[in-house]
Ligand binder design. Structure first.
Ligand SMILES: C[S@@+](CC[C@H](N)C(=O)[O-])C[C@H]1O[C@@H](n2cnc3c(N)ncnc32)[C@H](O)[C@@H]1O
Length: 321
């Protein structure tokens, strides 16, 4: 059986909240996957900016693949994937204890626990299981599920205010563990993916967003910034992967959300197919300035027509520029 058809509630989901997470866009993305995934000609999946893995878990639940390779340069995130892969029951036990402690505590005790955990996380001395538990605990209890580090690499997000945050989702962690049994994990730069790419490969790249506003680029930390130069290098990587026979899909925020004349990605990917998907993300707190927000999906292959895809979103907005 090649296509596993519909994803069910039993599908693994991201175990952390992550900036730029793609869970909400999955129904539209599914129309943009290359048809060779369903036909079985593609047997390998490579995701070099995996983050919380929304697309990884979707693809793994839908298609029979023999190899899945994911990469991210965030070492603490990748350590957590490794612990879920190899020692999920110990991690669940620790998270359940933390959740019980947090839920039973009043605001003052919660505050003390949060900042103790943050300090311990930044000391980096605990066991791998404990560091993974700290990572998930902080993600579920911090302000807005943000992941932000200072120049010394220390996590510095303040505590959030959630009444009963889901710190230990044992069922989902066990599903993620199952999926990860067939996944190769690598920490580092996306170019590590080069060794894995061939004509049987689907590569999906979701790099950090190109900042939508000037202010956004000024507030970001420099080591989290993915500059236009980085985007240009990534385009060269995408082109080389395509030349090696792989099918390549990339996503990014659409700069035309802010400036209709900004054709940065249209020029950069003039030889790829560019689709603009409506996204729910809001980019302006002032409601009078809120327009439709689009997410770019860029593919090295043409997309099926709206009719044959049985849907409108992805295909009908596709434009070759
Ligand atoms: C927009 S997020 C990916 C979100 C992911 N699609 C999801 O659903 O959660 C971008 C990710 O790329 C990682 N990253 C940034 N620069 C990188 C690089 N040069 N090589 C590999 N990963 C990188 C970041 O750590 C972050 O997790």
């Amino acid at each position: 059986m090649i296509s596993k058809t519909t994803a069910t509630d039993l599908t693994a989901r991201p175990y952390v909240k992550w900036a730029g997470g793609k869970s909400q866009l999955l129904p539209q993305f599914q129309l943009c996957y290359p048809p060779e995934l369903a036909s079985g000609q593609i047997t390998r999946y490579v995701e070099p900016f995996v983050g919380s893995g929304a697309v990884l878990f979707d693809v793994a639940s839908r298609f029979a693949l023999s190899d899945l390779i994911v990469i991210d340069r965030n070492p603490r995130l990748m350590l957590t994937y490794e612990v879920i892969q190899s020692d999920v029951e110990a991690l669940i036990a620790r998270l359940e204890a933390l959740q019980a402690q947090y839920w039973a505590a009043d605001q003052e005790v919660r505050h003390a626990l949060y900042y103790e955990m943050r300090e311990a996380y930044n000391r980096r001395q605990a066991s791998d299981v404990e560091q993974a538990a700290q990572f998930i605990f902080l993600n579920r209890t911090c302000f807005n599920g943000l992941y932000r580090v200072n120049r010394r690499g220390n996590f510095n997000v303040p505590m959030g205010r959630y009444r009963r945050p889901r710190i230990a989702d044992a069922d989902n962690l066990r599903r993620v563990h199952e999926v990860l049994q067939q996944v190769t994990l690598r920490v580092g730069d996306y170019r590590l993916a080069t060794d894995f790419i061939d004509a049987r490969t689907f590569v999906y790249c979701d790099p950090p967003y190109r900042p939508l506003t000037r202010t956004a680029s000024f507030t970001a930390y420099s080591d989290e910034l993915f500059t236009d130069q980085n985007q240009t290098e990534l385009a060269a990587f995408a082109r080389a992967s395509s030349r090696a026979g792989a099918r390549v899909m990339l996503s990014n925020s659409d700069p035309r959300n802010i400036d209709p004349a900004d054709d940065f990605f249209d020029r950069l990917y003039h030889d790829f197919t560019i689709s603009r998907l409506p996204a729910r993300r809001s980019i302006n707190s002032r409601s009078d300035r809120r327009g439709p927000v689009h997410e770019l999906v860029i593919t090295s292959y043409p997309l099926a027509s709206a009719e044959s895809a049985g849907e409108k979103q992805c295909a009908s907005e596709a434009s070759r520029s």
